[in-house]
Design a protein around this ligand. Structure first.
Ligand code: GRF
Length: 202
């Protein structure tokens, strides 16, 4: 099967990015990762990209006078890279409408909760504080709502009595590392069809 060109956008540690790199290397995801874009020049994800010989583009959020100027630079970089799919893998900012519109149906995100529960930051903390018995992770297409686009796949993770935010985050993360490559695989195999709120898997 021909591979699709994908690019990853990440802000930090990049363990999900690493899971993507590994899945491509193992041959389970028919993709070529053509760039890492990051808003954070100190992101550990940069080292992972360098190790895997993936080009890095840093759009340093702190170097811009406003969010608007930052987003314009980010959009320009994304248009230059122009992959079949952008994967937000631990990108810690809300994507502006112009970018969402430019890449509609071509941008996915991983969120560490079972959406629509616990949107936004600290989803694992929200789950522990709420007292749910089950949480998990969700991969979804990005639209202009907060963590609200059509859902591609989800995995459930139990919340145990002794869990704090960190323990739950670690357990969920192991599932993220399987769920995200799986969603990318389905996209790259042309098996995802957005049908209103639903994503049909062919
Ligand atoms: C993950 O839990 C992801 O779901 C969330 O931020 C975390 C990023 O982890 N959005 P990593 O950078 O992929 O290790």
């Amino acid at each position: 099967m021909r591979t699709k060109r994908i690019a990853v956008i990440a802000s930090g540690r990049g363990s999900n990015f690493q899971a993507i790199i590994d899945a491509i290397k193992e041959g389970t995801v028919p993709a070529t990762c053509i760039a890492l874009i990051t808003d954070n020049p100190k992101a550990y994800a940069i080292e992972r990209a360098e190790q895997a010989k993936i080009p890095v583009i840093v759009i340093d959020y702190a170097a811009f006078a406003s969010k608007k100027e930052y987003e314009q630079a980010l959009l320009a970089a994304m248009q230059r890279v122009n992959p079949a799919l952008f994967v937000l893998a631990g990108y810690m900012r809300i994507v502006g409408k112009e970018i969402v519109d430019a890449f509609s149906g071509r941008m996915i995100n991983i969120h560490p909760a079972l959406l629509p529960s616990f949107t936004g930051l600290h989803a694992q903390r929200q789950a522990v504080q709420y007292g749910v018995k089950v949480s998990g992770c969700t991969v979804h297409f990005v639209d202009d709502s907060l963590d609200g686009g059509p859902v591609i796949c989800q995995q459930c993770v139990p919340v145990l009595d002794g869990d704090d935010e960190d323990a739950l985050a670690e357990r969920i993360l192991a599932h993220e590392h399987r769920c995200l490559p799986e969603a990318i695989r389905l996209f790259c195999e042309d098996r995802l069809k957005i049908d209103g709120r639903r994503v049909r898997i062919r």
